[in-house]
Design a protein around this ligand. Structure first.
Ligand code: HEC
Length: 127
């Protein structure tokens, strides 16, 4: 094979790969607001104000990335876990005795989870 062409193709494939693994806050925001997508906006503000669920300002300050990933993957399963961050959430929303998470699960790919987490990072407000 012609060497320069091979090199160009290899670079292109590498770019595709990097593009896929890089999270995108803009895409996360779109998914968050899209009624056909995550539909998160129906219950969550991106400020500190409460709607149905807590306002998500500073969400990545309150929680570890690992926990947020668990929760957005499966709110109910995370609700049932004896995780310290779940206990904290239950206390904050006064849901200590509730059996069910009210947060709605939206089907999403791993890439979308990364995008959402990237978007959540933009909601951090430093005082
Ligand atoms: C039907 C309303 C509803 C929808 C839709 C919803 N949530 Fe929630 N969410 C809640 C409620 C209520 C809570 C508080 C915990 C509970 O009861 O589940 C919550 C909690 C959370 C938390 C933890 C907040 C904290 O302060 O610790 C995160 C993160 C979250 N939701 C993300 C999402 C994402 C991402 C979506 C969209 C894919 C979404 N939610 C859609 C109602 C909703």
């Amino acid at each position: 094979m012609n060497k320069p062409i091979f090199f160009i193709v290899a670079c292109y494939l590498l770019m595709l790969l990097v593009g896929q693994t890089q999270a995108d806050a803009e895409k996360g925001k779109e998914f968050f607001n899209d009624v056909e997508g995550g539909n998160c906006r129906t219950c969550h503000k991106t400020t500190s104000g409460k709607l149905i669920g807590p306002g998500l300002q500073n969400i990545m300050e309150r929680h570890s990335e690992e926990w947020v990933r668990l929760f957005i993957t499966d709110p109910q399963k995370t609700w049932e876990m004896d995780h310290p961050e779940t206990v904290d959430l239950k206390k904050r929303v006064r849901g200590m005795k509730m059996q069910y998470a009210r947060c709605q699960k939206a089907p999403m790919s791993e890439e979308t989870k990364n995008d959402l987490i990237d978007f959540f990072k933009t909601l951090t407000v430093k005082e």
